[in-house]
Design a binder for this molecule. Structure first.
Ligand code: SAM
Ligand code: FES
Length: 348
């Protein structure tokens, strides 16, 4: 145990560990080392962000997807998914409601849906940018060309979320069909950073076949990329996917990794994800207590919420945006934090 604590000290001191050290730290963790870690991760969160928790309004604008990721409930082969797309007017209505509730970041997330062509996307981004000049616009719409990312940036998008999912080639292939590659994911991520987006990556914890060695590679890739945001959440099986019968990821390991991320890159924007809230009633609170500093309540119209079902039993699918906002506000207050009306940029 002393050795594990020493590795946490080393990570804190030099922001870097070798692969074997990561593996040892992850394999030998226990509740005492977790407590030791969380004392540090909380300290660093306090230093850069105080007790402020940033909030992002998530608009899930399409569940059509050309991809077929084996873990994902809206993959193209799921014939049972009821597909929907929001119109530009519906998206603008989500922003209007969100703005009134204090959201200053809108996250447009969706499957890779060809209906939203480059022109259509640019038009939506430009319209939001014009109407909400004090807001950040985040896109989370998958893999695109460098030129497409660049034009969306010029249209007014400031941030982009694209999880790398796993940083090991063989594991990437286990989770995705052959037409998707880790190499292309990485190309996208480095491109996004180069263009000037505040860039987010991340991975699922406990995805099928994941080992401590792969998690070590995830941490090392994140260290190398130095993103502004890292979204991690437990893998949760979806009944209509090839991984329906697989085990889900645990709360305990997800929290430990959140703590490690905060200590490794103390200024990171780290969401306590909906998936974490799905596997435990206090999952998001625990995420914040482990070092996270962002929550992403849903602004999508209630009529479509259930249809954006990435995994089983997803929470908040019946609640109006205002209910989600208020519920999270109370939850954060209960743990001594404050949900703030702020763009919530990366600390400089
Ligand atoms: N299409 C975009 C993309 O691929 O980045 C955005 C939407 S995608 C559904 C958003 C994220 O959901 C993925 O990066 C993945 O990590 C997560 N996700 C998908 N299926 C999941 C599952 N079964 N359990 C937990 N997270 C899941
Ligand atoms: Fe495309 Fe999940 S397979 S969003």
């Amino acid at each position: 145990m002393e050795q594990t604590k020493a590795l946490i000290d080393k990570l804190e001191a030099v922001s870097h560990l070798a692969e074997e050290e990561w593996i040892s730290l992850i394999e030998n963790r226990d509740s005492e080392t977790a407590e030791y870690l969380f004392a540090k991760s909380q300290k660093w969160r306090q230093k850069y962000y105080g007790n402020k928790v940033y909030t992002r309004g998530l608009i899930e604008f399409t569940n059509y997807c050309r991809n077929d990721c084996y873990y994902c409930g809206i993959r193209r082969s799921n014939r049972k998914a009821q597909r929907y797309r929001l119109t530009k007017e519906e998206i603008m209505e989500c922003c209007r409601i969100g703005y009134g509730l204090g959201f200053r970041t809108f996250v447009l997330q969706g499957g890779e849906d060809g209906f939203f062509s480059q022109e259509v996307l640019e038009d939506i981004v430009r319209t939001i940018r014009k109407e909400y000049q004090d807001c950040a616009i985040t896109l989370s719409i998958g893999e695109r060309s460098y030129e497409s990312y660049e034009r969306l940036f010029q249209a007014g998008a400031d941030r982009y979320l694209l999880r790398h999912e796993t940083a090991e080639e063989a594991h990437y292939k286990k989770l995705h069909p052959a037409e998707l590659s880790l190499e292309n994911r990485k190309r996208c991520l480095y491109g996004l950073k180069k263009i000037g987006y505040q860039t987010g990556t991340g991975f699922m914890v406990g995805s099928p076949g994941q080992t401590p060695k792969q998690l070590a590679k995830d941490m090392m890739f994140i260290r190398e990329l130095e993103p502004h945001m890292v979204g991690i959440g437990p893998f949760i099986p979806h009944h209509e996917t090839p991984f329906a019968k697989e085990e889900g990821g645990t709360l305990e390991l997800t929290l430990f990794l959140i703590g490690l991320l905060r200590v490794m890159l103390p200024k990171l924007l780290l969401p306590a994800t909906t998936a974490l809230g799905t596997i435990h009633p206090l999952g998001r609170e625990k995420g914040i207590q482990a070092g996270a500093n962002v929550v992403m309540p849903n602004l999508s119209p209630t009529s479509v919420r259930k249809k954006y079902e990435l995994y089983d039993n997803k929470i908040c699918t019946g609640d109006e945006a205002a209910e989600c906002r208020n519920c999270l506000g109370r939850r954060m207050e209960n743990i001594g934090c404050e949900l703030v009306t702020d763009r919530g940029d990366f600390a400089v």
